[in-house]
Design a protein around this ligand. Structure first.
Ligand code: HSC
Ligand code: NAD
Length: 720
């Protein structure tokens, strides 16, 4: 796990723990033995710590977190490195994260290649750097930088780390050769000035202002999330206490966080997200045995809200995009909006002017679908209308080359239905982006009964290339995300007519931890989207939905969202929806009396006496129907595992990751309790089928002891 060798008077400790050199027990032991041996050996005059493979070190081994600590502790190993009288140089490439950076900070010098990145991502796991990181970083760089890095977990590129004083030098060429040269240059120099534990905290005189400002930011950015707050307190203690006392304080805070439910949720999230990438089809084809179609050119059909965002995603990573619209006016508008989004990114320093010009030069706008003849992959993003989508796919079948992957961004329509319009259903696959498509990280990829493994591999790979988190699900109406979210929308509307207001519902859910409440989400996606879906379904079933409709498909139906749509209040894009915005496309949601009056008038018309609705009721009526639907989705095999559902919620709906997603949340609340409340609402609202408890939930809730989330699927299969 750590190879020890000498090169002249230099000892080299090479960490070798693929794939990312996590500091597992054998690595800590290897480093401990290695430094002792180097210190003992009189012929050794300097030491280099370096990582083999793709990275220096990704930090502590997260898989060891729930187990009793064995072997030397990281702080003990670090202390030995620091106490060595022979200079110790950390030679960094790839990533140097968490415990990896702590090890580097115990070394007397740090050099790195330009492409390296350093950081303390512990906060994203709900903990803090617990091997002296909170005490040592503010001694090597300014306390403000330390607070920012530790409370956000952001990776810092090597040139910035050099500027911050975290690195001593950036080297070019072979890292080990450069490290040897560097080690020779410091051989024999006293190491005492390089021991961070002896250094004062930098910028301690500004501690109070820096701490207050950082705390304000953290609380505003990440409401309810404990770890960043505790991280800041730990760094503050570095400036307030002597080094050894600071270490004890860090340890106390670390232990507190490590045992929290938020940390458990975030560890779950870390592995769940990676597990989602290991997709498998019922045929046995999987990520491991399927190659994607090479994609060099792309097409997007529809330059509306979603088409624009999707095109931006593709252009940003250098894919040429043929953008197709139904007429020149809408095409020009779409291109203009894309340009505006890029300009905004330039203004916010997220890209350079040159990069923007390059992206724009890669768009070929057209109203002629024939231009798509040679593209490798097309994404359709026209209105949510079955006949229209089928017509488009019929044409694509004729126009596109045989190897092309034909994707649809439909948010609800079964991929089977769309694919059936072509003679190559194997090439048709859902790529469900979330609004705003160039910002939201989720890509819900959807396979039909015919989708080929290669088409699936292609869209999963595309997701990675454009920086999305992809989750693969089986087709059905609404897939996973919208199928679950739909019930939230229904319940929210029903609560509005019973007595709640949009701002109440949003406040409760935002206090729960959602970054924006469901009514604001509806405004963001567009009130027309839901309207189109409901009316499309009604049309297919030969039903006319009117302002008087109270039941649809045997279910209680609330016409409020339809009334909003009929007023032209389509959400942010028209500057009015459940809220008022400063302008069309505006972001600041303001309570609008017109909406309050509309809701109250609607309740009166429906003969409903409005009542106060408690926080608990709002929370449960928003979350539990979605959770119940999540269990049905698992029962039907639409999602392969609960973890996939939770990934969809973090990235598609900004569900607070530190609460683990709706399915993990249910497991924390206790399935028997969740089941009991769902039964209660089912009794009270018998005309809403989303309250009919799922069989899988019932089975798991009645298990003799709680079934861990990782075993839900195997438990349910064993009970079939
Ligand atoms: C217990 C008491 C300790 C007290 C002391 C505290 C010490 C310290 O302060 C705490 C920490 O360091 S906390 C740690 C702070 N550090 C972090 O939070 C860094 C977390 N890691 C990352 O951010 C990314 O993995 C990298 C950027 C390193 C690589 O990204 P990439 O190239 O896209 O690759 P990828 O696909 O992401 O990973 C490849 C495989 O490696 C696996 N794995 C990865 N890291 C692991 C780890 N630390 N561990 C175990 N496994 C880890 C990963 O699961 C995956 O496995 P799979 O079976 O193939 O699925
Ligand atoms: N808006 C969302 O939040 C969201 C999220 C995920 C998925 N979706 C889905 O994405 C799709 C598009 O939604 P949107 O919100 O971008 O709609 P939109 O109304 O903003 O844009 C649709 C665009 O398609 C164009 N179009 C229609 N017929 C066309 C044709 N024959 N050829 C070329 N272009 C044509 C329209 O002119 C329009 O510009 C829908 O299927 C929707 O369900 C929307």
């Amino acid at each position: 796990m750590v190879d020890y060798r000498t090169q002249g008077q230099i000892a080299i400790l090479e960490v070798n723990n693929p794939p990312v050199n996590a500091l597992s027990i054998h690595v800590r032991k290897g480093l401990d033995d290695g430094i002792s041996r180097a210190v003992r050996d009189p012929s050794v005059k300097a030491v280099i710590v370096i990582g083999k493979g793709r990275t220096f070190s990704s930090g502590a081994d997260i898989k060891e977190f729930n187990k009793p600590q064995e072997g030397p502790r990281l702080t003990m190993v670090g202390k030995k490195l620091e106490e060595s009288d022979k200079p110790v140089v950390a030679a960094i490439h790839g990533t140097c994260l968490g415990g990896g950076l702590e090890i580097a900070l115990f070394c007397h010098y740090r050099i790195a290649v330009k492409s390296a990145r350093v950081g303390f991502p512990e906060v994203l796991l709900g903990i803090l750097p617990g091997a002296a990181g909170t005490q040592r970083l503010p001694r090597v760089t300014d306390v403000a930088v330390a607070m920012e890095m530790i409370s956000t977990g952001k990776h810092v590129p090597a040139p910035k780390a050099l500027e911050y004083g975290i690195l001593d030098k950036i080297v070019q060429g072979d890292l080990l050769e450069e490290a040897v040269k560097f080690a020779k240059s410091v051989m024999g120099k006293p190491v005492q000035p390089c021991r961070l534990s002896d250094q004062p905290v930098k910028g301690a005189d500004r501690l109070v202002q820096v701490f207050d400002a950082a705390m304000r930011q953290v609380k505003q950015r990440q409401r309810g999330f404990m770890a960043p707050v505790v991280c800041l307190k730990a760094v503050r203690s570095a400036a307030e206490l002597p080094y050894n006392e600071g270490l004890l304080r860090e340890n106390t805070l670390f232990t507190e966080l490590m045992s929290s439910s938020q940390c458990a949720a975030l560890r779950y999230a870390f592995f769940a997200e990676r597990a989602a990438q290991r997709w498998q089809l019922p045929s046995g084809a999987s990520a491991a045995n399927t190659k994607p179609v090479p994609v060099k050119s792309t097409g997007v059909i529809g330059a509306g809200t979603m088409g624009q965002g999707i095109a931006i995603c593709l252009l940003r990573v250098d894919y040429p995009v043929i953008l197709v619209e139904q007429n020149q006016k809408l095409l020009d508008k779409g291109v203009e909006m894309i340009q505006l989004a890029f300009k905004d990114a330039v203004r916010r320093k997220l890209m350079t002017e040159d990069a923007m010009r390059h992206c724009m030069s890669n768009i070929s706008p057209t109203v002629d679908m024939q231009q798509l003849a040679n593209v490798d992959l097309v994404i359709e993003a026209v209105y949510e209308n079955v006949a229209l989508k089928q017509d488009i796919f019929r044409k694509l079948d004729v126009i596109c080359k045989p190897s092309a992957v034909l994707c649809t961004n439909t948010s609800t329509i079964s991929i089977d239905i769309i694919a059936s319009a072509t003679k190559r259903p194997g090439s048709v696959v859902g790529t469900h982006f979330f609004a705003p498509a160039h910002i939201m990280r989720l890509l819900e990829n959807v396979y039909s009964k015919d989708t080929s493994a290669q088409a699936v591999a292609t869209v999963m790979d595309l997701g990675k290339k454009i920086g999305k988190v992809s989750v693969l699900v089986k087709t059905c109406h609404g897939f996973v995300a919208n199928r679950m979210f739909h019930h939230q929308g229904q319940e929210a509307a029903l609560m509005l007519e019973e007595g709640a207001l949009p701002e109440h519902i949003d406040k409760v859910m935002e206090d729960f931890g959602m970054s924006i409440g469901p009514m604001k989400v509806s405004d963001l996606s567009g009130v027309d989207i839901g309207w189109r879906i409901r009316h499309e379904v009604a049309k297919m079933e030969g039903v006319e939905l009117t302002s008087q409709t109270r039941f649809f498909r045997g279910e209680r139906y609330c016409t409020l969202p339809d009334k909003l749509y009929e007023l032209g209040r389509l959400g942010r894009k028209t500057g009015k929806g459940w809220y008022r915005y400063e302008k069309p496309g505006g972001r600041v949601a303001m309570v609008d009396d017109e909406v309050t009056n509309l809701i109250k008038k609607h309740s009166a018309e429906m003969g409903i006496e409005r009542r106060g609705i408690s926080t608990q009721e709002i929370q449960e009526r928003i979350l539990y129907p979605a959770i119940n639907e999540g269990f049905r989705i698992l029962e039907e095999g639409v999602a392969a595992k609960p973890e996939d559902i939770d990934v969809i919620w973090w990235y598609g709906f900004s569900f607070p990751r530190y609460m683990g997603g709706p399915m993990f949340h249910a497991s924390q609340v206790g399935l028997s309790k969740v089941y009991e409340r769902i039964c209660y609402y089912h009794q009270n609202f018998p005309y809403s089928s989303h309250w009919v408890p799922s069989d899988l939930l019932r089975k798991l809730a009645s298990a003799p002891s709680p079934v861990p989330i990782s075993q839900w699927m195997s438990y349910s299969q064993s009970k079939l």
